[in-house]
Write a protein that binds this ligand. Sequence first.
Ligand code: MG
Length: 161
Amino acid sequence: MDLRVGNGYDIHRLVAGRPLILGGQHLEHPDGLGLDGHSDADVLVHALMDALLGALSLGDIGKYFPPTDPQWKGADSLVLLEQVMALVRERGWSVVNVDTVVIAERPKLKPHINAMREAIASHMGIDPERVGVKATTNETLGAEGREEGISSHAIALLSKP
Ligand code: MG
């Protein structure tokens, strides 16, 4: 069996007048802030897509869904994730597991973690048992701690018989 591992990272700015979507879930920030970006700016799903692409050395999401392309304006990142999974599957690979972490000061993400896992798993076509989603604050340190943005890290393990 052949195995490949990939990692991904992303950060988006927190701004007024934008929705806050993480792991496909529409969340409420206490100050009404959301994530800025060309697509829906789902930083968690973006990091995950880069991990999947990275495992197969296929580049990054900017290559497949460039922010200069109006086609991806306001795009649902979970739909983009399905397209990344198609690239993985058409090469004969399947997902062993993925693990992610979101770094956000607010809002509290814990109540939404399982919904995020279910949404990601269903769009990837895998069991939620194989999808780890964790959340941490940055202890008020750095850009995430000052609520200038929310970032995410992801890792993906792929196998091929
Ligand atoms: Mg992004």
